[in-house]
Design a protein around this ligand. Structure first.
Ligand SMILES: NC(=O)c1ccc[n+]([C@@H]2O[C@H](COP(=O)([O-])OP(=O)(O)OC[C@H]3O[C@@H](n4cnc5c(N)ncnc54)[C@H](OP(=O)(O)O)[C@@H]3O)[C@@H](O)[C@H]2O)c1
Length: 247
């Protein structure tokens, strides 16, 4: 597939490396220009471009940036052909992101994203932490393979997300339409807790909507307390903290 990735931060870099290694025609863009994209992002075959060129003719566009970046790419995403699958990997963190009244009122984040762009948007990879995403992928069928929830209003977009998640080393878990995707947002039992496919159904069902924002904000404080202590928490530390707070 021809894949455009907008964002070359922690997540966009790993997505670019893995999806190009899987044989896809991957083009990446950030906000500053292709010359600022580090060589290691392109090591497995991805190409650097401006955002307009990264999305042109793409079968799949992945939004790998926080919400403040969305305004600039709004015309590009809104104008994509209907058949293009757009996947949002973002999470909302007030404190890092500007306060969004609709999300504060409980609108599922990717429902808001979909309305913002005025076209279908699927949700995937938001619930895997960057260190686990980079290091803990496994071949299909290997015991203990981590599952990654996905959602979307179009079955075809969910199928695409399922295939690509598998190619990045994880089991996709289809949670259905976006209306229920609050169950995979920060603070939920499946958020960066690295569950297997067999464990994920019960964990999704146990999510308590009203508690998610409080748990999300608590986790932001716990992780912030660790910044500077070490480079960044390893995957096992992230998993332990997330399981203690969210499950
Ligand atoms: N980090 C995680 O563990 C993790 C896991 C799952 C999901 N997420 C979510 O995924 C999103 C991205 O996270 P991240 O940690 O990868 O972020 P990040 O490291 O801060 O990187 C953000 C990237 O977005 C780019 N960007 C911003 N505005 C842009 C625009 N208008 N056009 C093109 N590129 C633009 C930035 O480019 P410039 O540097 O050039 O501005 C940068 O490359 C966030 O919403 C985050 O919550 C993160």
């Amino acid at each position: 597939m021809r894949i455009g990735i907008l964002g070359t931060g922690f997540m966009g870099t790993t997505l670019a490396r893995k999806l190009a290694a899987a044989g896809h025609d991957v083009t990446v863009a950030n906000s500053r220009g292709p010359e600022t994209i580090e060589g290691d992002v392109l090591e497995t075959g991805a190409r650097a471009a401006i955002a307009q060129d990264a999305v042109r003719g793409a079968d799949v566009v992945i939004l790998a940036m926080p919400h403040p970046g969305f305004e600039k790419i709004r015309p590009l995403i809104s104008a994509l052909p209907e058949e293009t699958t757009v996947i949002d990997i973002s999470n909302y963190f007030p404190g890092r992101d500007p306060v969004n009244p609709e999300l504060e009122a409980g609108k599922p984040e990717t429902v808001w994203t979909q309305e913002f762009f005025g076209r279908p948007v699927a949700k995937a990879w938001n619930a895997i932490g960057m260190v686990a995403f980079k290091n803990d992928g496994r071949p299909k069928g290997e015991p203990g393979r981590i599952a990654v929830p996905l959602a979307g209003d179009r079955a075809r977009d969910r199928e695409v997300a399922m295939t690509l998640i598998d190619e990045t080393g994880f089991d996709g878990f289809d949670t259905g339409e976006l209306a229920g995707s609050w169950r995979q947002q920060p603070g939920s039992p499946v958020y960066i807790t690295d569950l297997t496919h067999a464990e994920m159904g019960a964990a999704l069902a146990s999510a308590e909507r009203d508690r998610l924002p409080k748990r999300r904000d608590l986790s932001a404080q716990v992780f912030a307390e660790r910044v500077g202590e070490r480079a960044s928490p390893d995957a096992e530390t992230v998993r332990r903290i997330a399981r203690a707070l969210f499950m």
